[in-house]
Ligand binder design. Sequence first.
Ligand code: NAD
Length: 500
Amino acid sequence: MEIIKHWIGGSPAGSASATAPVFDPATGRIRARVVLGTAADVDAAVTRAAAAFETWSESSLTQRTQVMFAFRQLLVEHEEELARIISAEHGKTVDDARGEIVRGREVVEFACGLGDALKGSHSDQVSRGVDVHDFRRPLGVVAGITPFNFPAMVPLWMHPIAIATGNTFVLKPSERDPSAAGFVAGLYRRAGLPDGVFNVVHGGKEAVDAILAHPGIEAVSFVGSTPVAQYVHGAATSAGKRVQALGGAKNHAVVLPDADPEFAAGHITAGAYGSAGERCMAVSVAVAVGSAANGLVEALARRAREVKVGPGHVPGVEMGPLITEDARDRVERAVGTAAGQGATVVVDGRGLKPDGHPECADGFFTGPSLLDHVTPEMDAYRQELFGPVLAVVRVDTLDEAIDLINANPYGNGTALFTGSGEAARRFQRRVQVGMIGVNVPVPVPMSYYSFGGWKDSLIGDSPVHGPEGVRFYTRPKVVTTRWPRPARQDAAGFAFPTSA
Ligand code: NAD
């Protein structure tokens, strides 16, 4: 059985004393075991990262961006291999895994151009003979704690910017699909990144707690569920660290009567059931406004029944299994609870086994489910199910739809399907959500913008990547300079300095 080890100081590390199983969710079989990091493992990684920071933080911007260019090229060349590693442990289709690599690579591309983002400003002659300029310095050793659902992309939201700005990094990936992290570590090494700049410590709560408490870690980036985001934010800020903590979601797609129902239904279906609904930007609620409802539900039901479910490595499959047996059982229970609370189960995905794949009999599959007449009091509306369940809520007006979304505790993503510019403008100005799509169901921003929700979807105040990422991983220095001519020495005054 393969043992997946940490990556510390440029090589695999860690003893196999405590391990956790890593499953192939399509078959339900254990495919490897991952070592569970301890406080000693975290300390070893931080010690190597701190030593590497001494030289890496003094490297030139050109050297750092050249490493990023080489790393980007290796991500292109190894996309297929990495996609298959992700698919085998996560269960998503290989095509979908390629998509997350491409979106993560875009952050590397942003990091290749950091010379521009790191330019400071200069003010000439703010006082006689005095200039002011500013520049930004890296923080030191920073850590990333990431979820299972994007084992390549979410860490890539963090480490390229942290490293290109001169920090060194300790990644604690999800213990459920840990192999992508080690593969990426190998690519960095081949790209010329010095040993110790990028490190991986596997594990669960014990490793996370050691990161949150370690005095050598300056900042923590977290992405995962809201309760853990709140915990991480609280513990790390009280330990004096900078924290960005992204949480869970319940994303609404609103369909107005003037929208093309087939276009909306096609995109909402893909947004709801792609990656088996295990995306923080998955569409989990369709809000049908007025007369849009019946046609929309009919089109959604037809499409939900057509989704091709199977193992992620098989060409043509559109949706794979869930990550664990527990996740599958939780999602199937939620469909039953919704029916008991008065929702109409239009399409029931429970108990699905992929056709023609006897090897998947014990896999963690459930099919797409579509619930109609869901109300905000029902569990299926209130909870983040993180599975292939789409709930339809019917309302009378756009303003009612906006009020519904604003009353929801989450505020990650949302979308509006309409042909009206006025409605789109009203929606985007009033809705209390961080990322908004207009006729775009999954509005994940490009890497040169920042990614982050509002309310319980982002704890604290810092979104990730783009300009906010650069700000998060650096701190400014402002320098006030005077170079007096030897002949003209101004007298030093004791009053608080003002410009004149
Ligand atoms: P999770 O919160 O269970 O785990 C995230 C990380 O925290 C993992 O590395 C895990 O090992 C660690 N962890 C788990 N429980 C912990 C605990 N009690 N104490 C300390 N550390 C702990 O999340 P998940 O199930 O891996 O991922 C799914 C969740 O992530 C969903 O809620 C989803 O919405 C969210 N997510 C959010 C975004 C976003 O951008 N807002 C992106 C991706 C995923």
